[in-house]
Ligand binder design. Structure first.
Ligand SMILES: [Zn+2]
Length: 84
């Protein structure tokens, strides 16, 4: 688990610094972490499903408490690849 300053720095580097979508506030706090279990579906004839844990960090608006969730594996990756 990265430290709070490392997470804050990663959010700045990735440009995740827009105002709160609910109240337009500009300050946020890292309030916790969470593991989300997701199911990924396979492709091809077998269509196997696989469970996978995604480690996330919760960032809350310091005024209204609106929470955004960031996948740590992507947030802390040095570069971002395009999906398409
Ligand atoms: Zn807010």
């Amino acid at each position: 688990m990265p430290s709070i300053p490392e997470i804050t720095n990663a959010l700045k580097i990735k440009g995740a610094s827009n105002r709160c979508s609910r109240c337009n506030n500009t300050s946020f706090e890292v309030v916790g972490e969470q593991t989300v279990e997701v199911i990924t579906t396979g492709s091809g004839l077998l269509q196997l499903s696989q469970k996978q844990d995604v480690h996330t960090v919760l960032v809350a608006c310091s005024h209204c408490g609106n929470i955004s969730i960031h996948a740590l594996g992507i947030l802390t990756k040095p570069t971002t690849s395009n999906w398409i």
